[in-house]
Design a protein around this ligand. Structure first.
Ligand code: FAD
Length: 395
């Protein structure tokens, strides 16, 4: 198997790295301190610079103004961008918009594409995806209760959602709602586009997470749908096709997340090694000379490399053989990379001592924001169960 990257991809990765180092990392601490909501003008300015450099939308098709990269190449870009918490947002490939763009592109009507997809892909508006509910287990979404009733030419939606990421400031939400309660489990739900200024769409709160409610893009909201009426033409895809579309949305999305997490791992690991080399713990002795730290360095490096190869192979399989052929690998990377991420962040924090848990480094931002990695897009335990069942069937 050939693991080399093409000269064109190498050159692109270098340009993106260079942009991050020159324009993003110097402004990162200030933007994170003020929050995404308040920093929006600065973020938009940086996005304009990304566009001017011709680097916008690595995963977007060329017709939508992007670079049209394959999943493997976008994975490599995603790893580089993951080095900064601002990376994906500034380059227009952030969740949940990236997933919403994919499904709008595949299932959107010409009107939906013009009204929602085009401005979303251009970064002029943001969106959110509302599936999980506070009162039913998100890991088994056939239990959803939020309902959409057809009334003449409209759907009327009633129910509650939460952990709707980035709803604060979003122009529209794609909502997963039950349209046929009598249908068999996976045929009950439909996706519907709901502009957030529709009467009956209420953002209840940004949910505080480890003490931070966040703002703008960096937030997770609780949403109430109260007799929320939208035209029936806002349905995305066929009625009852919600789960099929949701699965398609999650496939490439998991590769994007895993490669982003590997970028975070790389940042935390760089910080771990730098700190260990500099911190004097006794006259003439540095932390890096301690065997236990050396053991962490070696173990973290091995795990990051293993996770990276596993993820790139899953991306390669999807690119070359389609998503179905990669199902098992996608579940493997979803829990394995998330665990490696948690471990590397924790080791890096530990190496920094008290400094590691302050907001004086980016580690605490990553630690609090990324603990969710082991929960969203399917909790670890569910992916392990799926993989184990498939493996055991072979014996
Ligand atoms: C940071 C973050 C962002 C999110 N963004 C979005 C979003 O934008 N839109 C959206 O709709 N949702 C979003 N979610 C919600 C996410 O999809 C759900 O949290 C996830 O599906 C799990 O559902 P739950 O929280 O209801 O946990 P539950 O389903 O109640 O599960 C709780 C725990 O039980 C265990 N468990 C569950 N099932 C099994 C099983 N079969 N076997 C063994 N153990 C099991 C797991 O440990 C799991 O963590 C987000 C979540 C987080 C943390």
């Amino acid at each position: 198997m050939d693991f080399s990257t093409s000269p064109a991809t190498e050159q692109l990765l270098e340009r993106i790295r260079d942009f991050l180092v020159r324009h993003v990392l110097p402004r990162e601490a200030e933007i994170l301190r003020r929050g995404f909501g308040e920093s929006e003008p600065q973020l938009q300015q940086l996005r304009a610079e990304v566009k001017a450099e011709g680097l916008w939308g690595p995963q977007l098709p060329v017709e939508l103004g992007g670079l049209g990269l394959s999943l493997v190449d976008h994975g490599l870009v995603s790893e580089v961008l993951g080095y900064s918490p601002l990376g994906h947002y500034l380059f227009g490939c952030q969740a949940p918009d990236a997933g919403n763009i994919e499904i709008l592109e595949k299932y959107g009507t010409p009107e939906q594409r013009a009204r929602y997809l085009a401005p979303l892909a251009a970064g002029e508006i943001r969106s959110c995806f509302a599936m999980t509910e506070p009162d039913s287990a998100g890991s088994n979404p056939v239990l959803l209760t939020c309902a959409a009733r057809l009334d003449g030419d409209s759907y009327v939606i009633d129910g509650r959602k939460w952990f709707t990421s980035s709803a604060d400031g979003a122009a529209f939400s794609i909502v997963m709602a039950i349209t046929d309660p009598e249908a068999e489990g996976h045929g009950r739900a439909t996706m519907i586009i709901v502009p957030t200024d529709t009467p009956g769409f209420r953002l209840v709160r940004n949910i505080p997470i480890f003490g931070h409610a966040g703002s703008g893009y960096d937030s997770h909201a609780e949403i109430a749908f109260e007799g929320c009426r939208v035209p029936a033409s806002n349905r995305l895809g066929q009625e009852g096709a919600g789960f099929i579309i949701a699965q398609e949305r999650l496939g490439p999305g998991r590769i994007h997340h895993c490669m982003r997490w590997l970028g975070i791992c790389r940042r935390a690991f760089d910080m771990l090694c730098t700190r260990a080399n500099r911190r004097v713990i006794a006259p003439g002795k540095r932390l890096a000379e301690k065997q236990i730290i050396q053991s962490w360095v070696a173990e973290c490096q091995a795990k990051i490399e293993a996770a990276r190869l596993l993820t790139l192979h899953a991306a390669w399989t999807i690119d070359n053989r389609g998503f179905q052929a990669a199902r098992e690998e996608v579940s493997l990377i979803k829990f394995y990379v998330a665990e490696v991420l948690g471990e590397v962040l924790d080791r890096s924090i530990q190496t920094h001592g008290a400094l590691g848990i302050t907001d004086d480094t980016v580690l605490s931002f990553f630690y609090t924001r990324e603990r969710g990695a082991r929960i969203y897009d399917g909790p670890d335990e569910v992916h392990k169960m799926v993989v184990a069942r498939r493996i055991l069937k072979r014996y």
